[in-house]
Structure formats: structure tokens, C-alpha cells
Design a protein around this ligand. Structure first.
Ligand code: SF4
Length: 472
């Protein structure tokens, strides 16, 4: 097969991997070729709406594993091919020199065994860095089950590594991707956390989230917040990312933990850290389950990003549901909830609870939380602290900071908020300025259903008629 044929197959096979985004590392050119910029590598959007980083390609799609959700699984009848490491090095350099790409995400099916595959990926990365003096962004996949030594070696050459958790429970891993084990996933994650200077943490108990066991011992009690979940809670019983390390003095929010963690985008080893990906919709876990696991991964392993990849049905495998199409709305809501962890100070237990284990597809999770906590509104923009402001739909980190700064100079009025970046069409129901609101929201705040209809995505065009209907 010629090079163009290989690129066509292996780039297409790689598009299902969602775990790439802006680079997060900064390294200037020291006489070689290229830079790695914090601003990120180029993105492309494939026809099905997925983000595809150039060059995002597999070393080989001839995989020895048989993960039911994956188009490259052993039992799937698709054309197989692969690059020689030298071929892929040439391809990256040629694309880079032509200015087609600013970096590469290199992954692979399991070629024989995890270590053999990892060695080939390392050979590509090392050749790029050492012989070609390639200084651009490199994101490598850590192959589940690869030895600690090789994962560490890969971390020497890559800006970012990702170990894809793929399924959010041990039970689903066994059912859908039986070649993989929790140990083969969390082992490399632990190694990468330490390579980045982070000691994997034990998460202490809170009333909402009791203590998490440290070891994968069958004798231990399962994480009790999962025991509160409905039927599918079997789940994380033996998929516990929290091991080793000292207790935190208190269970920090993901936002606080990230703020405390000093990062060096120019670090010699793994400057852009590690990421992971979960496939959504190929197994029965609830959104609460998925988000709780994601939160734990952020806190316990210093995972830089958790990506959620809507399961793309490829057909012909009874181990996964026969969906009509990928659950893209669910994926979108999970990303929004994840954003609330990282930038708004929410916890998984706030976003969802056992009574509401799944995100509402029709409303964003921040608005949904506000509707469940109307007693906390309206928030006064002239007195509320930064965190309270962040809870207001329509106020984000930037506008909350601007409000805090602006009110030092003058008392704010509702009309001033818009100029500070507040999205008033959402915030006006939830924010006041020294007792004055932009609308008379009192009657709506007593009617969560009415307010929900105003906040649902796509309802904006209906706002004016609805206002009249409620006689403001
Ligand atoms: S290991 Fe599983 S997910 Fe990865 S390429 Fe092979 S079949 Fe696909």
C-alpha cells in the first residue's frame, strides 16, 4: 500500500480518539525545527464534528485487542495497515515543513503486545526529537499494559501522554474490553503523575464523599458514594484510581486543586501532563458515575483533562448497545459539567446526585443546578463573593472577576453588568444589584418549571413571548 493509502486509513482510524486539544506546553526553538506553543496545536474538525489535531494518526490499526466500541478491534473487518517508525517520522517532518501541522498525536493499535507497540511509538518520538531536532508538540498514547520503564521513556520525549481509561468501570471493562484491566490503566497513570512531579493522592472523606480505599483489595468496602447510586452503581467497586500518597487536609475542589498546583509549561518531562478519555454510551454507567470518576482522576492523579467521547456505533458487536448514532448531546453536557469542575468550583456531588444521576439533555448543568437551588438566588452582585458570583448562570470567571474589581470603584446597577460581560438574558433571573433586579424575577423564582423553560437551550427565541405570558 502506498503512503497516501496508509495515511487515509490510519488518520481516519485515529479520529475516534477525542483526547487531544490545545497543547499546554511552551518551548522555544533552540536551533532545531519548530516550537511548542501554549496557544495550542492546530485543530481540524472532521465531518462528524470531532476535533482532529493535525497530524493525528495511528502507527498501526492492526490491533491485537478486541474492544467492542472500537473500529480497530481485532474482530472488525476493516483494511489493516501500519507505518514503519521511520516512515512516520518522515511524514511528521514533511507535514511540519510544509506548515500543514504544528504537532502530532501519535497513537496505535496494539501491535502484538503493549511493550512492542510502546517501543515503536517511542522510536518515532525519540527520532523526531533527537535526530530531526523536532521541537513541536508531541502527544503520545501510553499503551495500556506497557511496562513502567517504557511509559517513563515515552514521557521523556512527549509533551503530553494519555492513558485512555475508556470504560468507566471495571465491570464494563471486563464486558466490553476484556483485554484491558484497571491495573493496566491506572499503573501507567500513576507513573505519569509521578513523572510530572505529582504524588498520587488519597482522597479524604467528606459527608458527601466518604473515604476512598487505597488498595484494590477485595476485602475493602466499595466507595460509598457509588453505593448510593441506582442499579448500575456496581461499577467503580474495583476501579479505584486513588492510591498511595498523603491525605489532603480537606477534599479540595478540582478548581482549587488546580490553582494550588504550580505547573511549568517548559518542564523537561511531560510539560503538558497526562490526559485520558472515556467512551460515553457504550456501557450503562450514569453521568454521576462518570463525573465522579473524572473528578477523582483530576484530584488523585493530576490528570490535566478528561475527554468524553460519544460512542460511535460501528455495528456488528453485541457487547455494545445498537445506538442510532453517537450520543453527542450527552457528550456535550459532560464537557459542560467538566468545565464546572475545573473553572467554577463545583463538585460532581453538586452537579448531580443519586436522585438526579444523569444530566438533563435540554438544559446546561449550571442552569440545572441553579434551578435545584433557587433558595440561593438572587445573588447580589455588589456583595457576593467571587464563588457565589460564579454560581450565577450567565456569569463566568472573567465576568465574575470584572464585577469584583468594578464594584470597588462604584456600586453596580443591573445595566452595568452587561458591560462587564454578564450574559444578562440568563443572569437576569438570578442576580440583583443592591436589591434591584433587571427583571421582576420574583414570580419566576417561585416557579422553577417556568424558569426552566426560559433557560432551556434554544428557548432564547421564545424569551419575549414567555415574559409576556408571565406578566412581568
Ligand atoms: S486497544 Fe482497543 S481501543 Fe485501542 S485500538 Fe485496539 S481495539 Fe481499539
Amino acid at each position: 500500500m502506498d503512503l497516501a493509502g496508509k495515511i487515509s486509513i490510519l488518520a481516519d482510524a485515529a479520529k475516534y480518539d477525542a483526547s487531544c486539544s490545545t497543547s499546554g506546553s511552551a518551548r522555544s526553538n533552540k536551533g532545531g525545527v519548530g516550537n511548542a506553543a501554549v496557544g495550542g496545536i492546530c485543530h481540524a474538525w472532521s465531518a462528524d464534528g470531532r476535533c482532529v489535531a493535525l497530524l493525528k494518526v495511528l502507527l498501526s490499526n492492526a490491533c491485537a485487542y478486541d474492544c467492542a466500541y472500537c473500529v480497530n478491534r481485532r474482530s472488525n473487518d476493516v483494511p489493516r495497515t501500519g507505518f514503519e517508525p521511520e516512515e512516520l517520522v518522515r511524514l511528521v517532518m514533511d507535514f511540519y515543513r510544509r506548515n500543514y501541522i504544528e504537532g502530532a498525536l501519535l497513537s496505535s493499535g496494539v501491535i502484538g503486545c503493549p511493550d512492542a507497540t510502546m517501543e515503536r511509538l517511542i522510536a518515532v518520538a525519540k527520532t523526531l526529537r533527537v535526530r530531526e531536532r523536532f521541537n513541536g508538540y508531541l502527544h503520545l498514547k501510553a499503551i495500556p499494559g506497557a511496562s513502567e520503564r517504557l511509559v517513563l521513556e515515552a514521557a521523556r520525549w512527549a509533551d503530553r501522554l494519555s492513558v485512555n481509561i475508556e470504560l468507566p468501570s471495571a465491570a464494563s471493562l471486563r464486558a466490553v474490553a476484556s483485554d484491558k484491566t484497571p491495573a493496566a490503566i491506572f499503573g501507567p497513570m500513576r507513573v505519569l503523575a509521578r513523572a510530572g512531579g505529582f504524588e498520587p493522592r488519597r482522597l479524604p472523606a467528606t459527608s458527601a464523599q466518604p473515604a476512598v480505599p487505597l488498595q484494590d483489595s477485595p476485602a475493602e468496602t466499595p466507595v460509598s458514594f457509588h453505593s448510593q447510586l441506582p442499579a448500575v452503581s456496581h461499577a467503580v467497586r474495583d476501579i479505584r484510581p486513588m492510591e498511595g500518597g498523603a491525605d489532603l487536609p480537606a477534599r479540595a475542589s478540582v478548581m482549587d486543586a488546580r490553582a494550588l498546583r504550580r505547573r511549568d509549561p517548559g518542564a523537561a518531562v511531560l510539560p503538558a501532563g497526562q490526559t485520558t478519555q472515556m467512551v460515553v454510551g457504550a456501557s450503562p454507567e450514569s453521568d454521576l458515575h462518570i463525573l465522579t470518576l473524572a473528578e477523582n482522576l483530576y484530584l488523585a492523579y493530576d490528570v490535566r483533562r478528561v475527554y468524553y467521547s460519544a460512542f460511535v456505533p460501528t455495528g456488528g458487536d453485541s457487547r455494545v448497545p445498537a445506538l442510532a448514532g453517537p450520543p453527542l448531546v450527552r457528550e456535550h453536557r459532560l464537557y459542560q459539567a467538566d468545565w464546572l469542575f475545573r473553572f467554577y468550583g463545583y463538585s460532581a456531588a453538586e452537579v448531580l446526585d443519586p436522585l438526579h444521576p444523569n444530566l438533563d439533555p435540554s438544559i446546561d448543568p449550571k442552569a440545572a443546578w441553579a434551578l435545584r437551588h433557587l433558595e440561593r438566588f438572587p445573588v447580589d452582585a455588589n456583595t457576593a463573593d467571587y464563588r457565589e458570583l460564579l454560581r450565577v448562570p450567565g456569569i463566568g470567571p472573567r465576568s465574575a472577576s470584572r464585577i469584583v474589581r468594578a464594584r470597588r470603584l462604584a456600586r453596580l446597577s443591573p445595566s452595568a453588568l452587561k458591560g462587564l460581560g454578564v450574559v444578562m438574558k440568563r443572569a437576569r433571573w438570578f442576580v440583583s444589584c443592591s436589591g434591584t433586579m433587571a427583571v421582576d424575577a420574583g414570580r419566576v423564582l417561585d416557579r422553577p418549571d417556568a424558569l426552566a423553560s426560559l433557560l432551556r437551550d434554544g428557548a432564547d427565541t421564545l424569551l419575549e413571548p414567555l415574559q409576556l405570558e408571565f406578566a412581568f
